[in-house]
Design a protein around this ligand. Structure first.
Ligand code: ATP
Length: 324
């Protein structure tokens, strides 16, 4: 186990009767890392989070937090962790201020008034601190749940769908907050279906399918691995001559070429070296084509997620222990 592992699971498995919700999970998340924990509905993400917290007993395997075996009910360990469940239960009759004060007292948070004001400001709810929580929208409730989880300045934050109810500017506030926590050395595990958010924040992602970790890598590597074709659309001045088409198809870094009149759609293979766009445009010009416009499209985390979860494009678990 690396010294800086904040989360480590070994062979972690959970069965509910005949159903295997989680199978042999080896998870390793290092200090200061944001880890995106992804998977389709029912993949076993919440089950994993509950196992990490000791709220469920594993059927097999073990959990280590901060380099020590997880002991359910260990108050010292629990104090180092903040949790935001998908639907945080908030006491509806309390104001935001009262609610956060209650938890600040429970956690023994010093300078609680300042800390609460700081967190409410971070989630842009300072002006609503005296409103009752039952009057809060779903997104506002999620932000209060996050503020509550951060009150005691935990070293590890476990987030279930932190941005699912948030408007774009609130999602950005939460993103900025998470990146700031990362800069301060905090470790964050985010389970989310909003892949564009995860793509912007996570250092690495793990994709769980039917209780098994199907892929784990940096966002960039995962996209490259699953979606290696950078796709380039090229508009030529005139209809593409057949000879040019043949020449392009023969290029080692070109995987595929499609033609519609004067438009070429070219899939490139990034494993074949650098400056492929420049090499491609040089080949087109040398072959007598005149480029009017050239645009390229990069694969996204969503493309990779769909490839892994729907078509089973990969069946490997690289990167365990390979985090930066
Ligand atoms: P979602 O994205 O929909 O929140 P998830 O990845 O969090 O899904 P889990 O809630 O971990 O999925 O569920 C994994 C599997 O375990 C599902 O098939 C679910 O029905 C099953 N499961 C979870 N909790 C229990 C339980 N207490 N008893 C029986 N089965 C359960």
């Amino acid at each position: 186990m690396a010294i800086d592992d904040v989360i480590r699971t070994i062979g972690l498995s959970k069965r509910f009767g005949a159903l295997t919700a989680l199978q042999d999970l080896d998870l390793q998340v290092g200090r200061g890392e944001i880890y995106g924990f992804l998977g389709p509905n029912g993949a076993g993400k919440t089950t994993t989070v509950l196992l990490l917290l000791g709220l469920l007993r594993p059927s097999a395997g073990s959990v280590y937090l901060f380099g020590q075996p997880m002991r359910p009910g260990d108050a010292t360990m629990r104090r180092r962790v903040g949790v935001v469940p998908e639907q945080p239960y908030l006491y509806p009759h309390m104001t935001a201020q009262e609610y956060l004060e209650l938890f600040a007292d429970l956690y023994g948070v010093p300078h609680r008034k300042d800390r609460i004001a700081q967190l409410l400001d971070a989630v842009n709810l300072l002006d609503r601190r005296h409103s009752r929580l039952r009057e809060f929208s779903r997104g506002m409730q999620q932000k209060i749940g996050l503020a509550r989880a951060l009150l005691h300045d935990p070293e590890l934050l476990l987030l279930d769908e932190p941005t699912s109810g948030l408007d774009p500017s609130s999602a950005k506030q939460v993103r900025d907050l998470l990146l700031d926590l990362k800069r301060r050395g905090k470790t964050i595990l985010i389970s989310s279906h909003i892949l564009s958010e995860v793509e912007r924040t996570a250092d690495r992602v793990g994709i769980l399918v039917k209780g098994r970790l199907q892929a784990q890598d940096t966002v960039e590597h995962l996209i490259q691995e699953v979606q290696p074709d950078a796709v380039v659309e090229i508009e030529l001045l005139a209809v593409v001559p057949p000879e040019l088409l043949e020449q392009l198809r023969a290029l080692p870094f070109v995987r595929n070429v499609e033609v519609h009149g004067s438009i070429l759609t070219v899939s490139l293979s990034p494993t074949e070296g650098k400056e492929l766009h420049a090499r491609l445009s040089a080949a087109i010009t040398a072959g007598g084509g005149t480029i009017v416009q050239m645009t390229s499209r990069k694969g996204t985390l969503e493309d990779a997620f769909l490839a892994i979860t729907e078509t089973g494009a990969l069946d490997w678990v690289p990167g365990v222990g390979a985090h930066a």
